[in-house]
Design a protein around this ligand. Sequence first.
Ligand code: SF4
Length: 463
Amino acid sequence: MSLPTYHLITYGCQMNKNDSERLGGLFKAMGFVSARVPEQADLVLINTCSVRQSAEDRVYSVVGNLAQIKKERPGMILGVTGCMPGRDRDGAIRKRIPEVDLYFPTAEMGQLPRWIAELRPELVNSPDLIEDYLKIRPDRHATRQAYVSIQTGCNKFCTYCVVPFARGLEKNRPLSDILEEIRDLAVHGCVEVTLLGQTVNSFRAPDAQTFSKGNPYQDHFAGLLWEINQIPQIKRLHFTAPHPLHMSDEVIEAMTLPVHLHYIHLPVQCGDDDVLRRMNRRYTIADYLDVVGRLKAKIPEIAIGTDIIVGFCGESEAAFERTVELYERVRFDISYTARYSVRSGTAAWRAFKDDVTFEEKKRRWEALQAVQERIALENNQRFVGKTVSVLVDRHEPPKITEEMLAMPGDIRKIIESQPGYGYGNSREMKLVRFRGGTEMVGQIVDVAVTRADTWLLEGNYVA
Ligand code: SF4
């Protein structure tokens, strides 16, 4: 008898990707195998993102296409999970996709075996329930790098954000579960761990008594970083996304421990105090600059990334200029800049007018993009002449053009024998390219940087 099959489609952030790894683990435990295309699957599940309306619109369109496949294969189960069901308090989203059989927020994924058994009993042998979805073991494809969720949900309620509605309030995993997962990853070859949480540094261990006796930190997140530093196989550690409010001195101190990367992604969202207050971000620009100052004082080589929203309700030209000034002052290495998009159900949707025009949001986005690219290029010049440590995660073979194919055989052979390029991130999360063979994938190597572009450092492998 053939095994039941599933096809999983994932949208959104790293958190969603990690949730999909958990869903993969759950399907594996139920005896399902992954189908390459939806047409071959008994169950198709979409893990959705609600961060912008465009992300939700894409899901409506994908569901429409899958509904066509379902017409021809009526037994196929179609499911939607993730942020859309999570935030759909009044059922308005559900009404727009009646073709869907399963519709549940992420935290309820442990019920899947029972629901599938109700729809297609022949697909599931033992419909065991798992109450806490964070206990489900993720099915990961990469072996050297792993994302590890340490919390889900958020208590901050920034006025533009759907996450607290979609994922609920902050819930932290037990320290013992997190460390057990990372130790298990380590014995299976993992060398780099990225800790995930909506405000990852607000972590409070529900089992604080399990911290090691010698752990020097009172701050639970700093303590967690210290514990991971004690796992010898883990060579690189970082986290996303911290909230500026929780960047305690202890957390910054713990970031100087040996395995921590020299990078932080620290969302600021805007450079204007009045806009920050209406966003309910709970810090001022002076507070943010204080964190940056403390980070740079302890880790002078640190690269800093951020998130920025342009065109939030009531953002004047002068307020936007203050964001540009902040950018110039901090000299961010990268920014994920979004144009504000109204999300129904949020406080901003209820209380404020979306009064910056589409064209103006686009102009501000483009202006900030230009600043970002200039500063990234300038920042990267500091690496030229230096050696960076790179975890190689992919290899590109030498490019053989038609002209090369027309060359005499011996010249062609020389070209074909070139090793190609290795790619990976430095400890500052800069993409690095160097000449190297496939055998380097998965290794941590030194590269002497000879050239720096906006988004790429190039150099030579140092044996
Ligand atoms: S901190 Fe704010 S932006 Fe981040 S997930 Fe929580 S509510 Fe959303």
